[in-house]
Ligand binder design. Structure first.
Ligand SMILES: [Zn+2]
Length: 450
């Protein structure tokens, strides 16, 4: 939400603040739901059950169209030759250089000269450096259409009653005094819950309010939603809502433990998706529970080390081609033929997350994939966070369920020892919850030295 926080909080009336959120959302709505949105949504419905061969042809066609419009800026920026229609698109793609995050941060990326009528999207990223990507109106509508089409598989519609947990600061002092940790957009039927105020004192308020709001969908940071669900389970509460259909986690990767706790408390499944704020193509979970790479929204090139280069067809103003997005995914190569849901889209086994987050150890740097795999064969860990003090001192804070026993602890430590060796002093601490970063996102590694 780009509402200036100062102006927002200068308005003392809490009703007016809610109204401002509605006005802001209405403005977004008008941009996202233009005529092109409906065309795209119809197309995504039609393309969904395409055969493998038809999907590959479609990807080629969309890629050729994208290169034709984007290659002028690439020619200037990288000094490469222009795309011509007689060229093979995959050949041209491998000919183009890798675009890095640094290129985008330093504003050196290839951009269209005509910058009018662009929608700006900026993201903080883990480094805190601002990264700006610009979209055409058409791109924004295209992305929204795909997202709505996919959520629609689980019953989502515009104005479906939703509970939203994001990193936006929306709660004023007066709200806190009234112990209301949320704001409601009545126009779009969304209640935004603060992710910064969940504590032992406040969680009953949150859970009571979720019961009363009786939403159809929950969207947002899974680490926050699971924290609430765990509070509920630990205190013998039962979720009283009757209409909940699905939970759509955003921004963080989810584990099977998180899924099972959410299912236990809320009684519905999580439906995962991957699409970064820079505008990467989509990977979405199907009703059969598999993660499908949506190849008609872009190209995912997976390097030998699992790193991902993405080309996204809906980034017309800041074309992302061979963009080193900094995430790691694992492909599933064992499934042959269509998925149980009927789709022929390729399947990703798992989305691991940011490759840039690493943990220095005497044995070398551990990447996020290796760190998250320390829970392999370990029951009962919901979340954990590693605090790095120095090379020989690590602290791990863990939120665990009742399934976590002595065996689990022994296995968890053994997994860690295999990765960091025997010399490191490893301290495990069980906690009720783990604090998030200032952006509200869950951080797996915290460097205490800086
Ligand atoms: Zn499927």
């Amino acid at each position: 939400m780009k509402l200036s926080e100062n102006i927002f909080f200068a308005i003392r009336s809490r009703r007016l603040q809610s109204l401002l959120i509605s006005v802001y959302n209405l403005r977004l709505f008008l941009v996202r739901y233009g005529p092109y949105y409906w065309i795209c949504k119809y197309r995504y419905q039609r393309w969904d059950m395409f055969s493998k061969c038809d999907l590959e042809t479609l990807q080629r066609q969309r890629m050729a169209k994208f290169f034709s419009s984007a290659s002028l800026s690439y020619t200037k920026f990288f000094g490469v030759k222009k795309y011509t229609v007689d060229q093979d698109v995959y050949e041209y793609l491998s000919y183009l250089p890798v675009l890095t995050k640094r290129d985008l941060i330093e504003n050196k990326s290839p951009r269209r000269l005509l910058d009018l009528f662009s929608i700006k999207s900026s993201t903080g990223g883990t480094t805190g450096a601002s990264l700006v990507v610009k979209y055409k109106f058409k791109d924004v509508q295209d992305r929204q259409a795909y997202l709505d089409f996919w959520r629609g598989k689980y019953g989502w519609k515009i104005r479906s009653r939703t509970a939203w947990f994001s990193g936006k600061n929306i709660v004023s002092k007066d709200d806190l005094e009234a112990e209301e940790f949320w704001k409601t957009d009545r126009l779009f039927n969304i209640r935004y819950y603060s992710t910064f105020h969940i504590s032992h004192q406040s969680f009953h308020k949150y859970l009571d309010n979720l019961d009363a709001w009786n939403m159809e969908f929950i969207v947002g940071f899974p680490s926050t939603i699971v924290e609430l669900a765990k509070f509920g389970l630990d205190h013998g509460r039962k979720y009283k809502g009757t209409r909940l259909k699905a939970i759509f986690p955003t921004a963080e990767s989810i584990t099977s433990e998180i899924r099972s706790i959410l299912l236990d408390y809320f009684g519905v499944d999580c439906r995962d998706q991957y699409a970064s704020s820079e505008g990467a193509p989509f990977i979405t979970e199907c009703p059969a529970g598999r993660l499908h790479i949506q190849i008609h929204t872009g190209v995912f090139r997976i390097q030998n080390n699992g790193e991902l280069l993405v080309t996204s067809f809906s980034t017309g103003r800041t074309p992302l081609i061979n963009y080193d997005i900094g995430d790691v995914i694992e492909l599933d190569s064992s499934t042959i033929g269509p998925c149980d849901c009927g789709s022929h889209m390729p399947i990703a086994e798992k989305i691991i997350g940011r490759k840039s987050e690493t943990l220095p150890t005497p044995m070398g740097n551990l990447n996020l994939g290796n760190i998250s795999n320390t829970t392999k064969g370990v029951q009962g860990i919901i979340q954990f966070q590693v605090h790095f003090k120095d090379l020989y001192n690590l602290k791990i804070f863990m939120v665990v369920s009742s399934n976590f026993d002595k065996d689990s602890e022994r296995k968890f430590i053994e997994n860690w020892r295999n990765r960091i060796g025997q010399e490191v002093n490893l301290e495990l601490t069980r906690v009720g919850s783990i604090e998030r970063s200032s952006s509200g996102k869950f951080q797996m590694i915290v460097h205490e030295t800086t």
